[in-house]
Design a protein around this ligand. Sequence first.
Ligand code: URP
Ligand code: ZN
Ligand code: ZN
Length: 480
Amino acid sequence: MTPFDTAIRNGTVVTESDQFRADIGIRAGRIAAIGEIGMAGEEIDAAGLLVLPGGIDSHCHIEQQRADGSTDEESFTTGSASALAGGTTSVITFAAQIKGQPIGPTLAAYRASAARAMVDYSFHQIITDPTDAVIHEEIPALVRAGIRSLKVFLTYDASHVDDRGLLRVLAAARRAGALVTVHCENYDAIGWRTEALLAAGHQAPKYHPWSRPAVVEREATYRAIALAELVDQPIQIFHVSCAEVAEEIARAQARGLKLWAETCPQYLVLTEGDMDRPGFEGAKFMCSPPPRGPEAAAGMWAHIRRGTLGIVSSDHSGFSYDSARGKRAGGPQASFRDIPNGIPGLAARLALLFSEGVSERRISASDFVRLTSANPARLFGLADKGRIAPGADADLVLWDPARRVTLTNALMRHAIDYTPYEGKVVQGWPVLTMLRGRVAMREGEVLAQPGDGRFLPRGPYDYIRPSGVLAQDFDASAFA
Ligand code: URP
Ligand code: ZN
Ligand code: ZN
């Protein structure tokens, strides 16, 4: 009998705190030993490669139902292929409540679609309509079903909640033991500026960032933080775009609030200038919040190093350029208001962050592991993920830190017909991705099968427990 199913030998293991040469022995899908490893059924040579924990993308939109009745082009099968190609082994996607409807069987429907996934998965539940039934019955039921994170939008016609709605969701999450994640932009400010821009004849994609400058994001971020502080409910701010916003977060973190924040590669490598490309091309770079000016990335790297921004996710959001519901569906003269927001980035996330971060010596390889795997596992309660340690799931990536690759849409393996990173050269690339001990991707070839992914139910965990600090020591969430 061989003691291990698989041995990974000669690699350099990278954890969030350390980097060392060791072999890894895997048994029954889990890491069984690290160090000098005996015989194994399957041998994998990782000489010259880094061995990283599989990426966890805690913010991506896959096969999501939209308010107009349509569904994202990116399916769990194509989305998983893209994840594996880029070195990601777990995703947290979204189950969406449609305004005016109960959550009802939503989670069951998403779980049925995700049964075809090839990576492990969980969901954030989007709350767009916090009715009494949603607040008092459906959110507690979701948490019992293993969903420990809710998302609220402070903008978008189809999904925004007002301050009272946000307070109700924060209080419900506090009672149930869930994290709240927030899209922070001011709905009315964007609507007002959009009307003015269109009245002035400014409708090209380049005016999208004009409709929602940084102050619009900063105001909503400050408001979300203040209301979360009032309720004493931990939150995560999604997709922070610039230092002006990160500074609000850093100030609140310094006061001891349980507050976390993520950013995405688009805020490190794209700029608002990309939306000013000739013709309609700028639409390919439109997301919200938008990438900012050319000076923004330096400030973002400073906040990444400082720990204000603890997670880098993709916010992969699938709209092709040329498809029935894609960026150009309204024709090449469509106003920025009518172009769907969101850009793809599931496969490119790790390579972009490694290249711009580790290869460019802005962060260490351990920082990279913390930002892309360890912190998402910690924040979202994925106890078996994000670590290279005995007992953890054997979700691993063999990473070539020296390989230079020119990004193309074909390499992304997604259903979307473009990548905003076409032609960008990165240094550092995943050569093998392993999901629970099985090789799921080797040299770009996806070997996993639909259904290989598993739902990750999330139980209670201490990290997101409220701090217990309440104004006048009165817990309003116990009553409303
Ligand atoms: O533009 C974006 N970010 N689209 C995806 C949906 C969201 O706001 O996260
Ligand atoms: Zn968002
Ligand atoms: Zn998103």
